[in-house]
Design a protein. Structure first.
Length: 124
């Protein structure tokens, strides 16, 4: 992939964030110091980085996709009230992969498991 200063800034913004960011959040963080940056450029680059596996795109039904710096096969839980996204891991995922393979004949190479609920802040 061709080097792009804007792509590098976008990637750094996601990698330096503790949050799962939308394209608009990335744009808002970068725009003040990068006046020529467009929202379309942010969308294109985030999608490209997700397609190549550098970032993880998390589709949020009814909301904007968010992007995660951590692309190691973990799962996500999303708050139905505020939309916050948190990471979590399914124990014994390898056993589930093996079961699915035996059941269906598929060679499992990716998971997109999203749980929904209400975060601690919204419960209070």
């Amino acid at each position: 992939m061709k080097f792009s200063r804007q792509r590098e800034l976008i990637l750094q913004t996601v990698r330096q964030s503790e949050e799962h960011l939308t394209a608009e959040q990335v744009y808002e963080r970068l725009k003040p110091e990068n006046t020529t940056l467009s929202l379309g450029t942010v969308y294109r680059n985030l999608n490209l980085l997700a397609e190549q596996g550098t970032l993880c795109r998390i589709p949020v039904p009814g909301g904007a996709d968010v992007f995660d710096r951590n692309n190691d096969g973990h799962q996500h839980i999303i708050c139905r009230c505020c939309g916050s996204v948190m990471d979590w891991r399914i124990p014994k995922m390898e056993e589930l992969d093996q079961y699915l393979s035996e059941l269906t004949g598929f060679a499992v190479d990716r998971h997109d498991f999203i749980a929904w609920g209400t975060c601690k802040n919204c419960q209070n």
